[in-house]
Design a protein around this ligand. Structure first.
Ligand code: WQD
Length: 335
């Protein structure tokens, strides 16, 4: 049985990936510093799969702790989620983001190499493309100047990993996520609402639940069919499954380069208004909204060309937008 370290494994995408790893027969060890989640998620994962993952409460900024972890645990691969991810916060506190997202990445890579662990899956983001010149976006689209320190840490992270694979035995796959939404069908894990939601779907859900008075739609004057911005919203379970496909590619030595990149999206773009309408249709709930000014740094449209991941990873998003939005609502009702 292969053992996989999942950093940030009690987080939103991390916890869903731990479930899919266990479903696929992997032994999982989680590192999390609980800065953006709760220890309760560990029991919820266990209640879904019946297997309690091993857990170490470690802050990856503590490089001694990272070193001891790799001396104590023998792992066959690492899936690295642990990072701060709030775009707006990163503009206010860039050094927090560079320390927490970049310094920690170097500590994990350094100890992996010292312990001869060579399989690494990196949580990257379509944000590296900025506003792509061509849609849908392929992996060969140029990466652009980051719109935020958060985006910059994803771009820098990819460069650090690429250069490390050139100089060591490390082999890596960077998964460039589009917009993760939804929750596990059990409604036992999902996106924990800590503070005012920055992302669209959690805000829509909390508005429908009456927690927020109304949704502000940031701009309806974009050059899109209905004037609102377009994104590629992918169910977090489909996203989690892509990590298993990528991990198996490395474990089975099927990778065609030491560092590979895959867009993980549905390949379909949806506007903000389409999301609101689809949510109302899927749940029967009303979403009050008003049109507000554009949000600084937002791009007009992004959706993935997923043919490379479909072909090379043998992975494809299966769950519909309605299923994703209904699962978000079911998760909200469970809170
Ligand atoms: C989606 C659309 C907003 C909130 C960011 C990061 C990305 C990833 C996902 C971390 C946009 C509009 C939003 C609201 C709105 N983050 N919106 N009212 O900005 O595409 O991506 O989050 O991994 O890396 O860049 O996602 O959900 O914030 O916004 O109208 O209250 O919804 O303007 O058009 P985004 P989002």
């Amino acid at each position: 049985m292969k053992t996989i370290l999942v950093t940030g494994g009690l987080g939103y995408i991390g916890s869903h990936t731990v479930v899919e790893l266990q479903n696929s027969g992997f032994d999982v060890v989680i590192i999390d510093n609980l800065s953006n989640t709760t220890i309760e998620v560990l029991d919820r994962i266990t209640s879904i799969t019946g297997i309690k993952p091993r857990f170490e409460e470690i802050d990856l900024k503590d490089k001694e702790a990272v070193m001891h972890f790799f001396k104590y645990y023998k792992v066959d691969g690492v899936i690295h989620f642990a990072a701060s991810k709030a775009v707006g916060e990163s503009v206010q506190e860039p050094l927090k983001y560079y320390e927490n997202n970049i310094a920690t990445l170097t500590y994990v890579l350094k100890e992996m190499i010292a312990s001869d662990v060579s399989n690494f899956i990196f949580s990257s983001s379509c944000t590296v493309y900025g506003q792509a010149d061509e849609l849908p976006i392929t992996e060969s689209a140029p990466t652009k100047e980051a719109e935020s320190p958060y985006g910059a840490t994803k771009k820098m992270g990819e460069v650090i990993i690429r250069d490390t694979t050139k100089a060591t035995n490390l082999q890596a796959i960077a998964l460039r996520y589009f917009n993760p939404i939804g929750a596990h069908e059990s409604a036992k894990i999902g996106e924990l609402p800590l503070g005012i939601p920055q992302n669209l779907v959690p805000f829509v859900v909390q508005t429908a639940a009456g927690i927020r008075k109304e949704l502000s739609i940031f701009g309806d004057d974009y050059p899109t069919p209905d004037g609102t911005a377009i994104r590629d919203y992918i169910h977090v379970v489909d996203l989690a499954k892509a990590h298993i496909s990528a991990l198996n590619r490395l474990l089975n030595g099927e990778n065609k380069a030491k560092c590979e990149y895959f867009n993980i999206g549905t390949g379909k773009g949806s506007s903000v208004l389409e999301i609101v309408n689809a949510f109302e249709k899927a749940t029967g709930k009303k979403v009050n909204y008003k049109i507000a000014p554009r949000r600084e740094g937002d791009i007009i449209s992004a959706y993935a060309d997923t043919s490379l991941a479909n072909k090379e990873l043998g992975w494809k998003a299966e769950l519909s937008l309605e299923t994703s939005l209904a699962s978000s609502w079911k998760w909200q009702e469970s809170l």
